[in-house]
Design a protein around this ligand. Structure first.
Ligand code: HEC
Ligand code: HEC
Ligand code: HEC
Length: 411
């Protein structure tokens, strides 16, 4: 037997012995990537209604026009099948696609920049395993000059710097994990921060609450002394994130979508890590804004009296005579920040549009709330919303009939 031949056999045996280990490693990497992609909620923007997962085509409305999320399946022509792991990393970390193409921040890379290289590689590995789709990308529909991609150079120069998550060694591992997920993949700031006129989230007032552009839903402050999460327990926060409901209220609108596509998949440990971090945010006084309105006492009193009648007739059957709700079925309206938020967009819109709780593994048969837009005048909606904002210990300001008009036009 020649030693060369022996070496050959040996090498073959070695490959055979190692191969299953590699396969198991790959499977673990892909599974990790799938979990992380869920926390990043990639699927919800990158999938058109009724379209193939990750094949793109969903329009993201912005004040500057619509940006269409592209195909990120491994299709080589229309997706990102020809991208290397480095290309993918640069997109997430720097907001730049191959060829130096600058990306619009409707893709929340201002948050994803905090994702580690290791986690980005896992997401890349996962995305290479999804079904390739030959769905062609749709041109963005942006007004001039925003349609000129090269101008993003200026935008990025002003509002974006690639960043790395820096763990705080004085804090617990759970806190650091929560901070990493909230700042990075969870991109909570994309909705929960105010934006400036150029669409950039305001770094000074991160998590101070923001009206979501073009959607008129208000993502409330996560750190305000008056209406943040300071009085919530960690369990209540974790329950809201994973199931869309808690003893303090239920999610609705865009937050329900986030729970449905993304947060319901959080492990218990990660849900609690996020809660730990959110509860530790320094409590800020609520910023004053031009949206604060002055309502005279007499008008507030008239609205409240009328609102009480409407409430008894239309709402108490589900939410209870004293706004106490029914545990696990109808959210309470008493002591519920979604009701009393400084910007009253959400209670107004939910009364007009109604809503469904999210179906999650933990809550497979959700209850719904009827829509009242067709049955109630602006006066009536203002009255009942004013009433629930000011009853049972709630202390939200009155809502004017004129404010209802704003939301009616956007139905
Ligand atoms: C809020 C919506 C939104 C979410 C969430 C989102 N994306 Fe995107 N993404 C976009 C939009 C919009 C673009 C296109 C930007 C442009 O045209 O410049 C984009 C672009 C990209 C690109 C560049 C593709 C190309 O062909 O240039 C990649 C890669 C990408 N996203 C990956 C991801 C991954 C991975 C996640 C989850 C971790 C994710 N996206 C989550 C909206 C989103
Ligand atoms: C048939 C039962 C039902 C009736 C009647 C009803 N609601 Fe609701 N309400 C619900 C359910 C279920 C939800 C949770 C919806 C969701 O999560 O999208 C909800 C949610 C809400 C919320 C958001 C609170 C939160 O934490 O999710 C407000 C505010 C609200 N209702 C006010 C009202 C008012 C005011 C009326 C009367 C005009 C009313 N509801 C009538 C069932 C009802
Ligand atoms: C697509 C926009 C969007 C994203 C992304 C988002 N949220 Fe929200 N969130 C909202 C809106 C809108 C509301 C108000 C409706 C409601 O209460 O369900 C909300 C409500 C909440 C509430 C309830 C607050 C209260 O005072 O009642 C919590 C807690 C919360 N979000 C946490 C998070 C966390 C943590 C993340 C990131 C992992 C996140 N959100 C990402 C839009 C968003």
């Amino acid at each position: 037997m020649s030693p060369r031949w022996l070496r050959g056999i040996f090498a073959l045996l070695l490959v055979a012995a190692l191969a299953p280990v590699h396969a198991a490693d790959d499977a673990a990497l892909v599974a990790k990537g799938e979990y992380l992609a869920r926390i990043g909620d990639c699927v919800s923007c990158h999938t058109a209604r009724g379209g193939e997962p990750f094949a793109g085509g969903r329009g993201i409305p912005t004040p500057f026009g619509t940006v269409y999320a592209p195909n990120i399946t491994p299709d080589r022509t229309h997706g990102i099948g020809a991208w290397s792991a480095d290309d993918f990393w640069r997109a997430l970390h720097e907001g730049v696609a191959p060829g130096g193409v600058l990306l619009y921040p409707a893709f929340p890379y201002t948050s994803y920049t905090y994702v580690t290289r290791e986690d980005a590689d896992a997401i890349y590995a996962y995305l290479r395993t999804v079904q390739p789709a030959s769905h062609k990308n749709r041109e963005n529909d942006l007004r001039f000059p925003y349609s000129v991609r090269a101008l993003l150079l200026g935008w990025q120069g002003l509002y974006f710097k690639p960043a790395t998550f820096a763990p705080d060694p004085r804090r617990s591992p759970a806190w650091n994990r929560g901070a990493y997920l909230v700042q990075g993949l969870g991109h909570c700031a994309a909705c929960h921060s105010p934006r400036n006129a150029m669409g950039a989230t305001d770094a000074e007032n991160r998590y101070a609450g923001g009206l979501i552009p073009e959607q008129d839903w208000y993502a409330p402050s996560l750190n305000s002394a008056e209406a943040g999460l300071g009085t919530w327990s960690e369990d209540e926060i974790a329950a809201l994130l994973k199931t869309g409901r808690s003893a303090r209220g239920a999610t609705f609108g865009p937050m329900s979508e986030v729970v449905f596509h993304s947060l319901q998949y959080l492990t218990d440990a990660d849900a609690h890590a996020i809660a730990t971090y959110l509860k530790s945010l320094p409590q800020q006084p609520e910023p004053r804004s031009a949206r604060d309105v002055y309502v005279s006492r007499s008008l507030a009193a008239r609205l409240t009296t009328r609102g009480a009648e409407i409430y008894r007739k239309e709402c108490a059957g589900c939410h209870g005579d004293r706004g106490e709700g029914v545990a696990g079925i109808y959210p309470p309206l008493a002591n519920n920040q979604a009701v009393t938020a400084r910007v009253p967009a959400n209670p107004i819109r939910i009364v007009m549009q109604g809503g469904f709780q999210v179906a999650t593994a933990a809550n497979p048969r959700p209850y719904s709330m009827p829509s009242f837009a067709d049955r109630m005048s602006d006066d009536d909606v203002a009255a009942v919303v004013t009433y629930i904002r000011a009853s049972w210990g709630n202390k939200g300001r009155a809502v004017l009939p004129d404010e209802i008009k704003l939301y009616r036009s956007g139905e």
